[in-house]
Design a protein around this ligand. Sequence first.
Ligand code: DQA
Length: 141
Amino acid sequence: MKLIIINGPNLNLLGKRETDVYGDQSFQDFFTKLQFKHKTIELEQFQSNIEGELIDKLQEVGYSYDGIILNAAAYTHTSVGIGDAVKAIETPVVEVHISNTFSREDFRHKSYISPNAKGIVLGFGLQSYELALQSFLTNEQ
Ligand code: DQA
């Protein structure tokens, strides 16, 4: 089972950024623990602040990996291009958000990813990523 977590803009600042909303753990710390817990999965991560790089990565992995866990961050709410990429590729995408975007500003209620996502996990802090990962394991059985 080969999975990748793809993170969008500003998620490289987790642990330092708006800690009241996103928590005080860095993504690298969280990811190292996640890999340790799920040793049987080939688990990778990729982060970019650049919309086109996120699209390039979706295209690169989207025909060979078993699953993509995508937190497109602010681009979730603005990017037709990332939405189209999710629609184009074959690998299933689970959309993830750390915060409950529906309890926040109105502009965060719109997602260009959701219509073509296999499922959505949001509002559980960094645990949202692990719940998304588990959804791929459950479907394997
Ligand atoms: C986020 C929610 C987005 O609205 C925001 O722009 C982010 C992070 C989340 O994980 O809660 O950067 O995707």
